[in-house]
Design a protein around this ligand. Structure first.
Ligand code: ADP
Length: 781
């Protein structure tokens, strides 16, 4: 009973009852018995939707009630705002909640006054690196989705961060929440924690596979579920779920319900939502159509992009897509409409399986393979991931049980999917820390922030990681560590004196910038190469100037003509493409994949624009290096197109990517170019201004003349161009502009125009009664 919880604030039981929670779920009860409200470390491995969040809240609230401070680590930035909103319900009892994501370099001083802080593991890692003083005041840390320590990309950061937090404060309560995994006991051993390992669920789950004309469920049941006309199996399942279910006497047994469809990419999520809209549309009532039209209009108001339009179109028909590339406003609208049962089907990517806290009657796992760049080609998802997605099926109190199905295209596949996923247990999680890129980054950071000052101290620290507790290969950690130390010393990040370790000034900078040291080395090499090369170009210019009194050759004239035609006023200016290519070839940028038809095209590009690149092109005989160089060029060309205001749709077609991918590349480039600016200072390269300009242009996706306008909140690249065409060139002009002109340039959207004017500092942004200026003709492109 919620009245019998030791250690929690006195207001909590009433608060929980108001939320409809009278009794704890059994695993929550076990957690309390294990001491989670009394400062005890805990690993809770329980299925999705079985109330992990409350376990975390019990730990944090009781810790704060004892005068402490809690940190909640989320695996994805997109989930931070969701958790923040969840915890803000406690602000009415005087608790302060803060969220910290992005911007890796700051120490987040303002978070010192918060009782509960929500942050990604990368952000926490960077706060530790930047010596945020309040980190030492933490009394409780919750790690959500801790099974992701298994992730090769981001797992090591989580692992090292937890180890550091625990070392900084030996009394820290650690609560780790995990999906059901094969070896939760090992995690508990690593964290000196009590273990709650349970597969209890608030609502029963039936897993199965759709094949042919039937749903095959794990209990042996077969439900007839016919595929009509030319529809796909997924559409058939979604349609069947929508239909009311009657018993033999014609009584309504079950009202139609909603489905959640998991696919393997953002693009596929968008495409599937578009198609499933056709399936849903005929089932909507007039009332629903009207309400959905309102939601669609709100979606269009959030932003003026292709994605926004596509989403609004699908939502108007009762379907939606959901992935990490969506704007926060879009995500919230979709989740609310799904919870309100207006949107009947959501197509989502697996990354957000954990985030969409929106149970539905059925879950369809449509794709069980996903493209994996490192492994090359399509790879099957893990059992753990598939089970997590499936766990979203079933609405407590509404459905008798949830159904979660995979889709098979042949009889063999039906058998395979049962073996592989339905009957299988989730895999054990394994630390990925011993991979060299991970250790490179974390060893430098560990030394730089003073956690270890000697080789022995470093090894002792690494002993506290999950990796050390899992490995039986003695000596492996030590030998990789030595390799990494040698690399870091050779590249000037560390000094090794006997057994003593010391980060150089450059090493400190790199650690604070949150870069992979190898990225930093690449960037520095590129900048230094350019400086040497610019020196050559300088002397070239001198020679030309010296020769000017004499003859001018025809080819010199031609050169100048081309330089002028391309707007290339200063031959010594570092090229934006060169900078984009430089950051695209670092290990911190996930490069675009070179499709078979691309190779020729980008080889041509390479020979045309080789001079702009910062560093020598690898020989074609060095197969993989040359290939990487071309992929980086493709990525750089995308960034260049974006900064040249090429429209989103053209870019998505030209490079075979989704709008979310463009955003991802742009954000990474922004961060890496920011880092390049700092590194340029460190090595005295005189390029900071050019780098900064390239960064700002890629940030807003605009040519130089729009940089200022696009920086006004709510404007963005398309609107900046329209305002510019209407004669408004900068922020000051926007502030003083005539309202009808602004309104016309923004295509008569009053709310948008008011927002934009307000953000530009207009004294009276109200558009009431203002008519658009009919004389403003704006070129839509
Ligand atoms: P998880 O984080 O494990 O995926 P959640 O914590 O989001 O799951 O819980 C799923 C739902 O169950 C939430 O809507 C939550 O309010 C509800 N819930 C949690 N604990 C209880 C409880 N003891 N009694 C009733 N409902 C609960």
């Amino acid at each position: 009973d919620v009245a019998d919880l030791p250690g929690v604030p006195e207001w909590l039981p009433d608060h929980l009852r108001e939320d409809g929670i009278e009794e704890l779920y059994p695993p929550q009860g076990e957690a309390v018995e294990a001491g989670v409200t009394e400062g005890q470390n805990l690993v809770a491995a329980i299925p999705t939707a079985s109330g992990k969040t409350l376990v975390a809240e019990l730990a944090m609230l009781s810790s704060v009630a004892r005068g402490g401070k809690a940190l909640y680590i989320v695996p994805l930035r997109a989930l931070a705002s969701e958790k923040q909103a969840e915890f803000e319900q406690f602000e009415q009892y005087g608790l302060d909640v803060g969220v910290s994501t992005g911007n890796y370099e700051s120490e987040g001083g303002w978070l010192a006054d918060k009782d509960i802080v929500v942050a990604t593991s990368e952000k926490v890692d960077s706060l530790v690196r930047n010596d945020a003083p309040w980190i030492e005041e933490l009394t409780c840390v919750v790690s959500d989705e801790v099974h992701l320590v298994d992730d090769g990309q981001r797992g090591p950061t989580l692992e090292v961060t937890l180890a550091k937090l625990r070392r900084l404060n030996p009394d820290l309560q650690t609560v780790a929440l995990s999906a059901t995994i094969g070896n939760a006991d090992e995690l508990a051993g690593w964290l000196d924690a009590e273990l709650v390992d349970s597969d209890w669920r608030p609502i029963e789950l039936q897993k199965g596979v759709h094949y042919g004309q039937a749903l095959h469920l794990e209990d042996g049941q077969q439900k007839r579920l016919a595929v009509q006309n030319n529809e796909k199996a997924t559409a058939a399942v979604v349609r069947d779920t929508l239909q009311d279910d009657y018993d033999d006497e014609g009584n309504l047994k079950e009202e139609g319900g909603s489905s959640l469809v998991f696919v393997n990419s953002r693009r596929n999520a968008e495409a599937a939502a578009g198609r499933l809209a056709n399936t849903v549309r005929p089932h909507l009532t007039d009332e629903e159509r009207t309400q959905l039209a309102d939601v669609a209009a709100e979606i269009r108001d959030v932003s003026d992009t292709e994605t926004s339009d596509d989403l609004a179109d699908a939502v108007a028909d009762g379907a939606a897509f959901h992935h990490a590339g969506l704007a926060r406003g879009h995500r919230e609208l979709v989740e609310d409409a799904f919870r309100d049962r207006l949107v009947k089907v959501v197509c989502a990517t697996p990354t957000l399986a954990a985030g969409v806290n929106t149970p539905s009657r059925r879950v369809v796992v449509r794709d069980w393979r996903r493209y994996d760049g490192t492994a090359g080609g399509m790879q099957p998802l893990s059992v753990l991931e598939v089970h997590q997605m499936m766990g979203r099926a079933g609405r407590p109190g509404l459905d008798p049980y949830g159904e979660a199905v995979l889709v098979a295209n042949s009889h063999d596949e039906l058998d395979e999917l049962f073996e592989r996923y339905v009957w299988a247990d989730p895999e054990p999680v394994r630390s990925k820390l011993a991979a060299e890129p991970a250790l490179r980054t974390h060893i430098l950071a560990t030394v730089s922030s003073g956690f270890a000052r000697s080789r022995e101290g470093l090894l002792e620290f690494l002993e506290q990681t999950l990796y050390a507790s899992q490995t039986d290969e003695s000596g492996r950690l030590e030998s990789v560590t030595d390799d990494v130390l040698t690399y870091l010393e050779r590249n000037g990040f560390l000094e090794i004196d006997g057994g003593e370790l010391d980060a150089t000034s450059l090493g400190h900078t790199v650690s604070r910038l949150y870069l992979d040291p190898m990225s930093a080395a690449e960037i520095i090499d590129g900048l230094e190469h350019w400086q040497r090369h610019a020196g050559d170009a300088d002397s070239g210019t001198d020679e030309r100037e010296a020769a000017e009194g004499g003859f001018t050759t025809a080819s010199e004239l031609a050169d100048e003509a081309t330089a002028e035609a391309s707007g290339d006023t200063d031959p010594d200016e570092i090229s934006a493409l060169g900078l984009y290519h430089l950051v695209s070839r670092t290990p911190d940028m996930y490069q675009l994949y070179l499709r078979s038809g691309d190779r020729e095209e980008f080889e041509m590009e390479l020979y045309e624009r080789e001079d702009e690149l910062l560093g020598p092109t690898p020989s074609e005989f060095e197969d993989s290096r040359f290939e990487d160089w071309l992929s980086a060029l493709k990525t750089a060309r995308l960034l260049e197109d974006w900064a040249e205001e090429v429209d989103e749709e053209t870019i998505t077609e030209r490079y075979g990517v989704g709008p979310g991918d463009i955003r991802g590349k742009v954000e990474t480039a922004q961060w890496l170019l920011g880092a390049a600016e700092s590194l340029a200072d460190e090595v005295d390269a005189d390029v900071a201004r050019a780098v900064s300009e390239a960064r700002i242009r890629v940030e807003h996706g605009v040519r130089e003349e729009l940089v200022e306008l696009a920086g006004v909140r709510g404007v963005g690249r398309k609107r900046a161009r329209r305002l510019f065409e209407a004669g408004i060139a900068d922020r000051a002009q926007l502030r003083d502009a005539a309202k009808p002109v602004v309104l016309a340039a923004l295509r008569g959207r009053r709310k948008t125009a008011e927002n934009v004017l307000e953000n530009a500092g207009h004294r009276d942004p109200s558009m009431e009664g203002v008519e658009p200026d009919p004389d403003v003709e704006v070129d839509a492109t």
